[in-house]
Ligand binder design. Structure first.
Ligand SMILES: [Zn+2]
Ligand SMILES: [Zn+2]
Ligand SMILES: [Zn+2]
Ligand SMILES: [Zn+2]
Length: 370
């Protein structure tokens, strides 16, 4: 995802999910992806617990997605990836509280100690890409079997698997490791962890200008459009979640409703979009409630202000299998703000700001954030 394209054409880039061979989603390919383990960019300064714990329930968060978004013309951002993490505890998703989500930025010069100067070959590498999930090849950083985040606490019996902490060690033990530990099977079964979200590639395409103009026109027509959108069968099929909120909102002729209808119209042309990328642009809000003021988005530690970079759409929830894992994590949209300077942090992963906006179903439980 190249941000200069967006800036130049003032276009929004949309992200869609697509299946991909696993090796294409590993670090040397610089992927944008959802689910699985993080494909870390820099192999040093990687966030770990407690930075990767939910600020509400304190449990380790799970990797949600990463967006590869270099800034062309800026040497320090030749490679640049943003990593999103979220909590899996359903209770943490109440009341527009963003503390159950975190985002980190990593960037590298073209000449760096981890990847070749030239683009990666387009055919499958001979070495096993899974190796990147256990120990990072250059820095030697050990990763947790369960979550793929830094973890150097080894199983005390077999010493073949490592964890970020007690919580994930226990999870793995109960799941499969009790049977595998100290048996010859360990190596062959170290693949997928039930903790992770299903993995897929994030592919992008520009949002069509024509469609946007058309939508703007219909928006101006007012009243009866609302009914037409409500009846749109393809949208209803698209997401039961959206339909539920749509029905609730249809009862109110409010400012909130207007914002929500605008949201619906914008995404109607491409209902499968899971991400909207528009660095320096403006987010598409799902509600008039809980929109951050300038003071709500703190400047970067370098002093530069943070700007909107991309947002995650509620459609993504459909692909996360959150029902089957018993969780009901939820959002209207997740809006990511990053340093306008995309500054360097000595190769450390730099925390940025994520803002969770819920659908206005909790209109009556006035939100509060810290
Ligand atoms: Zn939590
Ligand atoms: Zn872990
Ligand atoms: Zn063991
Ligand atoms: Zn900065």
């Amino acid at each position: 995802m190249s941000s200069d394209t967006n800036m130049a054409s003032a276009e929004v880039t949309l992200g869609f999910l697509e299946e991909a061979e696993p090796w294409r989603l590993r670090s040397p390919q610089f992927p944008s992806k959802v689910g699985g383990k993080p494909a870390w960019l820099s192999q040093t300064g990687i966030p770990s617990l407690p930075a990767l714990a939910c600020e509400i329930c304190r449990l380790p968060m799970v990797f949600l997605l990463q967006v590869y978004a270099p800034i062309s013309g800026q040497d320090r951002s030749f490679h640049r990836t943003l990593f999103l993490f979220c909590c899996k505890t359903p209770e943490c998703y109440a009341h527009n509280d963003s503390r159950c989500m975190k985002v980190f930025r990593s960037q590298l010069h073209r000449r760096n100690e981890f990847y070749s100067f030239d683009p990666p070959p387009d055919d499958e590498p001979p070495n096993d890409p899974e190796q990147y999930q256990c120990v990072l090849p250059v820095s030697g950083v050990k990763l947790c079997w369960v979550c793929g985040c830094p973890g150097n606490k080894a199983c005390s019996r077999c010493h073949t698997v490592t964890y970020c902490g007690k919580h994930h060690q226990t999870l793995h033990w109960k799941h499969t490791h009790k049977k595998e530990c100290c048996s010859s099977q360990v190596a062959s079964t170290v693949t997928t962890s039930p903790f992770l979200f299903p993995e897929s590639e994030l592919v992008t395409e520009p949002e069509e200008e024509e469609e946007r103009n058309k939508e703007d026109t219909t928006e101006a027509e007012g009243g009866e459009d609302t009914q037409r959108i409500v009846d749109c069968p393809s949208l209803a099929d698209e997401s039961a979640l959206l339909e539920r909120d749509l029905e609730e909102m249809a009862m109110h002729e409010t400012e909130d409703n207007k914002v929500f209808q605008r949201f619906k119209k914008k995404i109607a042309a491409e209902p499968h979009q899971v991400l909207r990328y528009d660095r320096g642009g403006s987010p598409l809000w799902v509600s008039s409630q809980h929109i951050p003021s300038d003071q709500d988005i703190p400047p970067c530690t370098c002093g530069a202000r943070r700007i909107f970079e991309f947002q995650v759409m509620p459609q993504l929830l459909n692909s996360l299998c959150v029902d089957s894992t018993g969780a009901s994590i939820d959002w209207g949209t997740l809006v990511v703000y990053t340093c306008s300077d995309s500054c360097n942090h000595d190769d450390q992963y730099c925390p940025e700001v994520i803002w969770k906006q819920d659908f206005s179903s909790d209109l009556h439980t006035q939100s509060k954030h810290s």
